[in-house]
Write a protein that binds this ligand. Structure first.
Ligand code: PRX
Length: 633
């Protein structure tokens, strides 16, 4: 029998070999032994990357919430499932047991049903990090509605685009939210967004900040009174293995955001199995991932992965800097957190504050530390290792993507160690490869190329909502028969992978994926702007920051106030996370003779590496390069 828990290097090696030599047998065993099914599958895997079609556990029937909640009730109903830590440390934390969660998810599911939501309907969730967020996600899954969580930092325009793209029928939100010392007025953002959304029939509003907000009669309903009168029993809807579980939007290098579609059974099996092993979760552990459920990390490793394993998962409403920079460490001490999973950008920001805010706290409960979202630099890795893990906690630098659903490359504590800046080895079942510029697969070690995956894994996204052709073009067209990640990587002499960053026009700012094209579109909407180009440059805390080169219709208008206005346009179209750190007004942008902006040159100027700009004589307007260099910021 294949063991669910990887215990040492030998068991990793053995499982890795089994999972690649005989993937169907391997995943069938993991799936059969560790989950509850209403009906077994007829076929483990059916795939063809040229279409692309990927289907796991076809014919099986199940409900993921039964696996996340019901099956734990007998053995550990009184164990805390979700440990909610509010923004304000003076407010008490809330321990939601598996029994409570069962009742609350059921009641919420009944409210959804009472408002006409049926299996397959799309429900948009736009909530701060309060328990209702996790509960509404699970309530959708309970009745087979497809949830589409939109991060509550996104603007009204970004929200309406996402609601319309997947034709959502219902929106779940709150009167507002707390983020540090700030109060966010979510409902007014929702009201603005909904002016553009005809499909939304019902808005459910949770109360968090108790503000006096307008409610649209017949459309908006306070959530609590509906929950109070709903039954807390709701049979889970029986789903097919390949029924969509959720849609989650991610930025592309061009065009509108891509609604990645994840399906039920494969996602369940893979997120559960990776959670158990990457974090080596044991039954008394208290696991904390600081992500927001609005991102894939929150979906897979705050909600589904931990609950599938019957874990206690901490959900934090606030920010690392409130009421002071010791907040993360005080929460670890308070709840005796054993696994702590955060982003390199947070580590860098906290390291900058010095040890005075770390040392007062007892961090001895920690066993494993994790990072995700962007490459972690050596300095941050050592700080994390020395001062948070006290050199006794393995660090798992986990590489994966919204599209992959679960962790793909990561150290596995007890099996093999991490190494600063290296995501190390593929998880069980994952077959990475590197491709060179000619499109050839690179054999052997000590090579660097574009990272692709050769074989399907259970939690990979199956399509882009409403646009399968785009799914094919984005991920399966660069190379025949391979999934292309969009990342570059190197493989060292021991076969360990180090992710070197995006090779397309996606820039990762504070761990958030931002496509340059949508930001440029937002800037170009300003009536004074002629055109713009965005590039990334290294930033101490954010990893990368955004540098905008902007050409105005009338150069005489360039001033600081206009820079602020441009950032307001970006905030409005996308959200504050996409604001530019540097804006340089230019008389023109370097272009090829066919009119394409030469971003390569702008990238070099932004990083102040102008010694070798390559041949610029073929440009349409080589003279602008000199001026841009002279005025660069
Ligand atoms: O470039 C890689 C980077 O984040 C991208 C995926 O972003 P997103 O879909 O938002 O998901 C983030 C959370 C899973 C990847 O293509 N990335 C993610 N993790 C790492 C990373 N880069 C380096 N090291 C990592 N550990």
């Amino acid at each position: 029998m294949i063991s669910y828990q990887l215990k040492n290097r030998e068991s990793y090696n053995q499982n890795y070999i089994n999972s690649t030599e005989n993937p169907e047998v391997f995943w069938a065993e993991i799936a059969k032994d560790n989950f509850v099914w209403k009906r077994p599958w007829d076929r483990v895997l059916d795939w063809d990357f040229s279409k692309p079609k990927i289907s796991w556990f076809e014919g099986a029937k199940l409900n993921i919430t039964e696996n996340c909640i019901d099956r734990h009730l007998k053995t550990q109903g009184d164990k805390t499932a979700i440990l909610f830590e509010p923004n304000d440390p003076k407010e008490p934390s809330e321990a939601i047991t598996y029994k409570d969660l069962h009742k609350r998810v059921n009641a919420f599911a009944n409210v959804l049903l009472s408002k006409g939501i049926q299996k397959g309907d799309r429900v948009c969730i736009y909530l701060p990090m309060i328990p209702e967020l996790a509960i509404s996600v699970l309530a959708c899954a309970r009745i087979g509605a497809i949830h589409s969580v939109v991060f509550a930092g996104f603007s009204a325009t970004a929200l309406s685009t996402r609601i319309n793209d997947s034709d959502c029928k219902m929106l779940i939100t709150s009167d507002g939210g707390y983020r540090g010392a700030k109060t966010i007025d979510l409902k007014s953002i929702v009201d603005t967004a909904l002016l553009e959304c005809d499909g939304i029939e019902t808005v459910l509003v949770a109360k968090r900040i108790h503000s006096d907000i307008p409610m649209v009669s017949g459309r908006d309903f306070w959530l609590q009174p509906l929950l109070d009168t709903a039954s807390d029993q709701c049979e889970p809807t029986v789903m097919d293995a390949e029924d969509p579980l959720f849609i989650l939007y991610t930025s592309g290098s061009t065009g509108t955001p891509k609604g990645m579609v994840h399906t039920t059974a494969g996602y369940m099996v893979y997120t559960a199995y990776t959670f158990k092993n990457v974090f080596q979760y044991e039954s008394d552990d208290v696991y904390w991932c600081t992500a927001d459920i609005g991102w894939i990390t929150g979906h897979s490793y705050i909600v589904y992965g931990p609950l599938l394993n019957g874990a206690t998962t901490v959900m934090f409403e606030g920010v690392p800097s409130y009421p002071d920079y010791g907040r993360f460490w005080s929460i670890i001490e308070k709840h005796k957190v054993t696994q702590f999973y955060t982003a390199p950008t947070a580590i860098r920001a906290l390291a900058k504050e010095g040890l005075g805010v770390v040392d007062p706290y007892d961090l001895s409960s920690l066993k494993i530390l994790g990072t995700v979202g962007e490459p972690i630099n050596e300095e941050a890795w050592h700080w994390y290792n020395d001062h948070i893990g006290k050199r006794k906690c393995p660090i798992v630098d986990t590489w994966w993507q919204t599209e992959t659903g679960g962790i793909m490359i990561s150290p596995i504590p007890n099996s093999f160690e991490g190494k600063p800046t290296f995501a190390t080895l593929p998880f069980v079942g994952i077959q990475p490869t590197l491709m060179d510029e000619k499109g050839e697969e690179m054999d052997g070690n000590s090579v660097e190329g574009r990272l692709c995956i050769k074989f399907p894994w259970p939690s990979m996204a199956r399509t882009i909502w409403g646009n399968h052709q785009r799914y094919k073009e984005t991920y399966f067209s660069a190379y025949d028969n391979l999934y292309f990640t969009g990342d570059g990587a190197l493989r060292d002499e021991n076969g360990h992978y180090r992710i070197t960053g995006r090779v397309d026009d996606v820039i990762i700012v504070s761990g958030h994926n931002l496509g340059t094209a949508p930001i440029e579109d937002a800037i170009n909407e300003h009536p004074m702007v002629a055109e713009s180009a965005i590039v990334g440059y290294p930033h101490d805390i954010k990893g990368s920051a955004l540098y905008g080169f902007v050409t105005l219709k009338n150069e005489a208008n360039s001033n600081e106030a206009l820079k602020a206005e441009i950032n307001q346009y970006i905030s409005k179209q996308i959200g504050p996370i996409a604001k530019l750190d540097k804006i340089q007004f230019t008389s023109g942008l370097p272009k090829t003779r066919s009119g394409k902006i030469m971003r390569r040159i702008l990238r070099k100027i932004a990083i102040k590496d102008t010694s070798n700009l390559g041949d610029i004589s073929t440009l349409l307007n080589p003279e602008v390069v000199e001026t841009i260099m002279k005025n660069s910021l």
